[in-house]
Design a protein around this ligand. Structure first.
Ligand code: AHR
Length: 307
């Protein structure tokens, strides 16, 4: 074999360097930017040739990108599906072409699980539950009603569906918690701000904001401040992801708790890519480990945040 270090490229079965086609969701959030960087750096480190495409949050673009990867005969296709539904036809095309598919970050609702090899990512239902558990314990001794507004992620996406469901599941146990308004902010700062402005106009009495990601929470915080209220105090703020900007906002008292969702999936994705390219079996589900950070833990954690 070659001397140690003489060959850095990862080889597919045929002995050539592995080519991975990666169809990313877009660049909608700080989380997504960190995820893209992680995938690009990990591919480089692993000696895997990366073909990268950005779908700008549109499923049709992602389907086109996957079809292009099939035509180019890449060794492995990985993608983070914008929405959960509607993937069976293109996944069948990949399967018929003999190209293994890895789902990263977001799942699909296909009944036929032979259409992909594995799903690497977070448990979004668990994240929603953690958000709900923080709320129920923070308000354990309060009378209620506790009026909640919810900023949902991209409509039809796994993280929006699951974070909504997990949260609702937990708060349902106590009738004092009421979701008085719930709308999509598409996981972006601009939309989060815009929808929060509308909530502040239509709702007299808001106690809590539950945002499905940090970018929407940060946009909403601007809207709350511009309305003359104090985020984190007058309106409690619960968020998901754990980007640095959200930790800064926590240290300023503007966010009360962040449920972590880890975007740094690159190295694990490259490991799985090498295995499926070599025809090895992989576990059908690889779950990301993550924590919950209440405000009083933010200052200590901030310096070690990697995204
Ligand atoms: O799929 C993960 C979600 O997508 C992140 O929580 C959000 O910030 C991103 O846009």
């Amino acid at each position: 074999g070659p001397a140690a270090g003489s060959s850095s490229g990862a080889k597919a079965g045929s002995g050539k360097t592995i080519t991975l086609g990666f169809a990313q969701v877009g660049a909608e959030s700080g989380w997504r930017t960190a995820n893209t960087k992680s995938v690009q750096e990990a591919a480089k480190k692993a000696g895997i040739t990366l073909k990268f495409s950005d779908a700008q949050q549109k499923q049709e673009n992602q389907i086109k990108a996957i079809r292009t990867f099939i035509q180019q005969k890449v060794d492995v296709i990985a993608f983070s599906p914008v929405v959960e539904s509607g993937w069976d036809p293109v996944l069948k095309e990949a399967k018929d072409a003999g190209i293994p598919v890895i789902l990263t970050d977001r799942a699909v609702d296909s009944k036929d699980t032979s259409l992909y090899k594995t799903f690497l990512g977070s448990d979004f239902v668990k994240e929603g539950k953690s958000a709900g558990e923080w709320l129920t314990s923070a308000y354990a001794n309060e009378q209620g009603p506790v009026n909640i507004v919810e900023l949902q992620g991209t409509t039809g996406s796994a993280p929006a569906n699951d974070r909504k469901a997990g949260f609702a599941d937990v708060i349902r146990a106590d009738g004092k918690f009421k979701i008085v308004a719930s709308q999509s902010g598409d996981f972006t700062r601009a939309k989060g701000k815009e929808v929060m402005q509308a909530f502040l106009k239509s709702q007299k009495d808001i106690d809590v904001l539950y945002a499905h990601n940090d970018d929407m929470a940060l946009g909403a915080i601007q809207a709350i401040e511009e309305s003359g209220k104090k985020p984190g105090t007058d309106i409690k703020v619960i968020s998901v992801d754990g980007i640095k900007d959200a930790f800064v906002a926590m240290t300023e008292g503007k966010i009360n708790v962040v449920v972590e969702c880890n975007p740094l999936l690159g190295d694990q994705l490259m490991e799985l890519t090498k295995k499926v390219a070599a025809g090895e079996s992989v576990p059908p589900r690889v779950e990301t480990q993550e924590g919950v950070f209440p405000q009083d833990k933010a200052a200590a954690a901030l310096p070690s945040r990697n995204y």
